[in-house]
Design a protein around this ligand. Sequence first.
Ligand SMILES: Nc1ncnc2c1ncn2[C@@H]1O[C@H](COP(=O)(O)OP(=O)(O)OP(=O)(O)O)[C@@H](O)[C@H]1O
Ligand SMILES: O=C(O)C1=C[C@@H](O)[C@@H](O)[C@H](O)C1
Ligand SMILES: [Mg+2]
Length: 181
Amino acid sequence: MSGTEVSAEQVGMLVLIGAPGAGKSTVGRRLANRLSLPFVDVDQLIEQTSGREIADIFATDGEATFRELERAATVAALAGSEEQVVSLGGGAPMTEAIAEALAPHHVVWLKVSPGAAADRVGLNVARPLLLGNVRSRLVSLLNARTPTYQRLADHVVETDDHGADDIVELIIEHRRELERR
Ligand SMILES: Nc1ncnc2c1ncn2[C@@H]1O[C@H](COP(=O)(O)OP(=O)(O)OP(=O)(O)O)[C@@H](O)[C@H]1O
Ligand SMILES: O=C(O)C1=C[C@@H](O)[C@@H](O)[C@H](O)C1
Ligand SMILES: [Mg+2]
C-alpha cells in the first residue's frame, strides 16, 4: 500500500480513551482519515443530538444528567463491530456499562501527564470538570482514572513527547503488528 491511505482490512473498531487533553479528538479524526474509516467523537455526538454544549448540560442539569446522556450515546456507538474510530469522553470509561461495552474492541489509551494536558487545554471553559486550577484538577482526575484506563486498554501510547501525527503513525504501526500475528 502506498500513499497516505492505509488498508482498513481487519482493523475493527478502534476506540481512543484518555484524560482531557490527551488528544482523543485530534488523533481520532486524523487516524480515521488515514484509515479511511468513519469517525465518531462521542462528546460531539452528544452535543449534536442534544443541541446543547456539554458545558451547558453540566451547568444546568448537573454531571449525573450528562453521565446518563454519555452512557446512552457511548454504548450505542460501541454496539456492533463496524469499522470505525471512536473517541470517548475523558470520563466515559468510569461508567461500568461503558467499560463493559469496550470489551470486544481495540482500545488505545492516549496517556498524558497532568502538566502536558494542562498546557494543551489551557483555560478552555468548554471543559467543565477543569474549572479552577486546571493542573490540580487534572492531577485528581488522573489519580482517580489511571487504574481504569490501564485496565481497559489493549495498547498504551505515551503522548507527552509526540505530536498528534506521530501518534497516529504509532497506532497504525501497532495495528499492523497485530494483523501480522
Ligand atoms: N500529541 C499532541 N501534542 C501536542 N498537542 C496536542 C496533541 N494532541 C492534541 N493536542 C492539542 O491539545 C488540545 C486538546 O486535544 P483534544 O481536544 O484532541 O483532546 P481530547 O483528549 O479530545 O480532550 P477532551 O477529553 O477534553 O475532549 C488541542 O488543542 C490539540 O490540538
Ligand atoms: O473528563 C471528563 O469527565 C470529561 C471530558 C470531556 O471529554 C467531556 O466528556 C466532559 O467535559 C467530561
Ligand atoms: Mg475531545
